[in-house]
Design a protein around this ligand. Structure first.
Ligand code: DAT
Length: 185
């Protein structure tokens, strides 16, 4: 649990296998939250700021420079009021996170989403297998206290809406616990 007491909004990590709906959830959450939240798409940040070691042609992905990424995120994440949207979470220090949301999706549906995205077959297979093996969920469970990790299904629009409503309620409760109300924004 984060030790920062001056934060007026939490740091929320939204993680999950690629295609489970992280960016879709993070965008809607940033819109619906009663307190301003900055959506950080970590993959985009890595590309924009060159926080990688190399581009792997075979896997069509960037090999992230973790030290550079953590240095870039530190001031933002420790100040709170952010949503970190990434397919991994174990490199983020435990003290950053107030809530870790792991999105889950039926693997056949996930396959279709990744195919539509134009991923090469090898990358679709790898991600599909990762979802079946619960790789990201295991990573979250072993990196953060159980009480801040929540797994949510992300298969249809109803899931998206109810998940975001649930996180908005959680944010309001987090603020109320700290004596913050909407007038403090
Ligand atoms: P991620 O950021 O995890 O890679 P995304 O948000 O880009 O995933 O979503 C991938 C695709 O799947 C995109 O076309 C939106 C769709 N999608 C994801 N979650 C969904 C949901 N709960 N309901 C409907 N569509 C969803």
């Amino acid at each position: 649990m984060s030790s920062e007491s001056s934060k007026v909004a939490p740091c929320i990590i939204i993680t999950g296998t690629p295609g489970t709906g992280k960016t879709t959830h993070a965008q809607l959450l940033a819109e619906e939250s009663s307190v301003p939240l900055k959506h950080i798409n970590v993959g985009d940040l890595v590309k924009e700021k060159g926080l990688y070691e190399e581009y792997d042609e075979e896997w069509q992905s960037y090999t992230v420079d973790e030290d550079k990424l953590l240095d870039e995120l530190e001031p933002l994440a420790s100040a709170g009021g952010v949503i970190l949207d990434w397919h991994s979470c174990e490199i983020f220090p435990e003290r950053w996170a107030d809530l870790v949301v792991v999105l889950r999706c039926d693997h056949t549906k996930l396959w279709d989403r990744l195919e539509k995205r134009g991923y090469p077959l090898k990358k679709i297979q790898e991600n599909n297998e990762a979802e079946i093996m619960e790789i990201v969920a295991d990573e979250a469970r072993s990196s953060y206290p159980a009480e801040i990790v929540v797994e949510l299904q992300s298969e249809g629009t109803e899931d998206l809406e109810s998940n975001v409503a649930r996180i908005v309620q959680w944010i309001d409760a987090w603020r109320a616990d700290r004596g913050l109300d909407k007038s403090d924004d």
